[in-house]
Design a protein around this ligand. Structure first.
Ligand SMILES: Nc1ncnc2c1ncn2[C@@H]1O[C@H](COP(=O)(O)OP(=O)(O)OP(=O)(O)O)[C@@H](O)[C@H]1O
Ligand SMILES: [Mg+2]
Length: 351
């Protein structure tokens, strides 16, 4: 059979596919293989094209008589990529391998995304465990003290119980946030259908946060034109969560005695949003955020100032949840900040 007849079919595959002879010389390579490993591969020894001991071993096994073999390899260049290598023999054991005849098929499938997902998952589990352990350790410590040294000290007991309550609340919030994150992720592909009046929804978010703002001596200020149309389709609870989160951050990390402005406007074109959008700016007069932190704010558990966020009862999941909810709504978040002046978190939602 003419090897070249296979090419159109092999070029349709996303994996890199090679055919080699009994000397490991490359006889055929598909488009994907050429794109990754270069154009001048015909006649070249496979190990010269792809220098990797495990890959070589897998090919040699087949050339020495095995029907097939497999390996997982990581190549560092041009970018670090992990491949699943599969080698299959083209001749049966009885057949004599002839020189320069097709002897084996080698395919390399990029599986980096699986590796990365696995790595993210284990980092996430490590983070969650750590975040749960610190309040739990505190609780255990106070329980010990209350059972021992502070048993008959009424004043200490009161104080410790207050701290224990705070720590227990923190765990509760963390678990609540984890649950809503996993719910948003589960719904990621379901388009939200409810008809929502954003103006009303944001007024409700402001009302929810009024007590906190009063405590922090922050003035909440809504700015929107009277005749501005704010009906969109979305998920009521999730969008409520977005604005509560963002306004809460602006109050928590803004300036005491300052103003937090929530401004709603329209925008004809926004990068990353299809069609006209509604823009909601949440503007604070806080300390601002250094530019190197901004791209990382929406990572799970990322906090600029760990101590400050914890002290304010933060879990570091708020903006991660915001980002996922906006993605589900085909919207996006944009952050601008100036040190010493404050930050603006802008939400764009398609109309
Ligand atoms: N308006 C803001 N000004 C300055 N820093 C901010 C602002 N909003 C968020 N940040 C920083 O971004 C970090 C991440 O915010 P995020 O809302 O995800 O977590 P959190 O507020 O710490 O916890 P949670 O929202 O779960 O209670 C915060 O810890 C804070 O350091
Ligand atoms: Mg927050």
């Amino acid at each position: 059979m003419q090897l070249e007849l296979l090419l159109p079919a092999l070029n349709g595959l996303s994996a890199s596919v090679f055919v080699v002879d009994s000397d490991r010389q490359i006889l055929l390579v598909n488009d994907a293989g050429r794109a990754l490993f270069g154009n001048d591969l015909i006649g070249v020894d496979f190990v010269v094209a792809i220098r990797n001991p495990a890959c070589l071993e897998a090919i040699n096994q087949v050339l020495q008589g095995d029907k097939k073999s497999e390996a997982v390899i990581t190549l560092q260049k041009p970018v670090k990529t992990t491949f699943r290598v599969a080698v299959a023999s083209l001749v049966s054991k009885a057949e004599m391998p002839q020189e320069n005849q097709p002897r084996a098929v080698v395919s390399l499938e990029n599986i980096s995304h699986i590796f990365e997902a696995e790595q993210m998952r284990s980092e996430f589990v490590a983070n969650v465990s750590h975040e749960l352990r610190s309040p739990l350790t505190a609780l255990n410590g106070f329980i010990e003290t209350l059972k021992g040294a502070a048993r008959d000290d009424e004043e200490a007991r009161e104080r410790f119980l207050d701290i224990m309550e705070r720590e227990a609340n923190r765990m509760n919030r963390l678990i609540g946030d984890l649950l809503s994150l996993s719910k948003v992720e589960a719904d990621a592909r379901v388009r939200p259908q409810e008809q929502i009046d954003l103006r009303l929804l944001i007024k409700q978010a402001i009302a929810v946060l009024q007590p906190l703002a009063t405590r922090e001596n922050v003035e909440l200020c809504l700015s929107i034109a009277d005749d501005f149309e704010t009906l969109i389709s979305g998920d009521q609870d999730q969008l409520q969560q977005v604005f509560v989160n963002l306004v809460e951050n602006a109050v928590k990390y803004g300036q005491t005695g300052g103003v937090v402005t929530i401004a709603i406007t329209g925008k004809e074109r926004v990068v990353g949003v299809r069609g006209p959008a509604i823009q909601i700016d949440i503007i604070d007069q806080g300390a601002g955020i250094k530019s190197e932190h901004i791209p990382r704010l929406t990572e799970r558990f990322y906090r600029v100032d760990k101590g400050r966020s914890r002290e304010k009862g933060g879990t570091g999941l708020g903006l991660a949840i915001v980002k996922h909810i906006l993605a589900r709504h085909r919207g996006r978040l944009q952050v601008a900040s100036e040190i010493g002046k404050g930050s603006t978190f802008s939400v764009f939602l398609p109309r």
